[in-house]
Design a binder for this molecule. Structure first.
Ligand code: PAF
Length: 275
């Protein structure tokens, strides 16, 4: 992979990397398309990274289909796919991790201990191997994107980080590889995530700015479905991810909800109109 990158760079090509854990869907393909628009060559990585899954999480059941992924990537015009084997990428005795103090201490980081530490470590490793000029990430994992931006600035990676808006199914469900784990009934239930976010947004647009009221409304919508369990619903500052009590400035509303046994995340911007 490094040799391929060095050759492209030598020929004056700019490389964009789209890191993925595979089981590609249209959301990933949109990231690849954006990468192709911005760079001369597009590389993707496909690697279900064990260090970002905690005990009892879905590492073993995370959906995988490498042949299909490679076909889809080829069709999307991807120039190179990096598919390391775990034992080659995490050598025996691996013992170095990247961590951050503030941003992981909110939202998903509160229940997924160690998740962002593993995620940052693998992204830094991918950056070192692929040596891209830029990398594209989806905004569904808003916290991940914020943490990567911080890491890149703090550790002097000379890589432009590009966020891509959430890609949704036609009924509004945010695309995720994990959606395939939903039964048809749970797939219907999963719509309560975007319904809750949109309802809160509409309420805010009608000038209800109290975060606790907006969160309570969202909670009511989700808990009306018996097959759900809320991890968090938060309204926070998009830069610091700290909770804000009153939406008097642009905010992010983010949630994580388990539907059946599948943990889903989503978010929406709350932008109060200027008076
Ligand atoms: O967003 C993902 O799919 C993963 O967290 C990433 C960035 C590929 C790192 O494993």
């Amino acid at each position: 992979m490094s040799a391929w990158s060095a050759r492209q760079r030598h020929q004056g090509s700019r490389i964009a990397l789209v890191p993925t854990m595979g089981f590609l869907h249209d959301g990933h393909l949109a990231l690849m398309k954006e990468a192709g628009r911005l760079a001369d060559k597009v590389a993707i990585s496909i690697f279900v990274n064990p260090t970002q899954f905690g005990p009892g999480e879905d590492f073993d059941t995370y959906p995988r289909n490498l042949d299909r992924d490679l076909d889809l990537a080829r069709e999307a015009g991807v120039d190179a796919a990096f598919v390391p084997r775990t034992e080659d990428f995490y050598l025996q005795g691996f013992d170095t991790f990247i961590d951050q103090k503030k941003l992981p201490n909110h939202l998903c980081g509160l229940s997924r201990t160690g998740h962002f530490r593993g995620m940052m470590t693998i992204v830094a490793k991918l950056f070192n191997v692929v040596n891209p000029d830029m990398a594209v990430f989806g905004e569904k994992d808003f916290q991940q994107l914020a943490i990567i931006r911080r890491m890149v600035a703090d550790l002097n990676f000379n890589i432009r980080i590009i966020g891509h808006p959430i890609v949704r199914e036609s009924d509004g469900l945010a695309m995720s590889s994990r959606n395939t784990n939903l039964t048809p009934e749970q797939r219907k239930t999963a719509l309560c995530l975007i319904t809750a976010l949109k309802t809160a947004q509409a309420l805010m647009e009608k000038k209800e700015f109290h975060a606790d009221i907006l969160i309570h409304k969202a909670k009511t919508i989700i808990t009306a479905h018996p097959d759900t369990s809320i991890d968090y619903i938060a309204i926070c500052d998009p830069d610091t991810l700290e909770d804000i009590p009153f939406v008097d400035r642009p905010a992010l509303m983010a949630l994580a909800v388990t539907v059946g046994t599948t943990r889903l995340i989503d978010n929406i911007r709350l932008t109060p109109a200027q008076e």
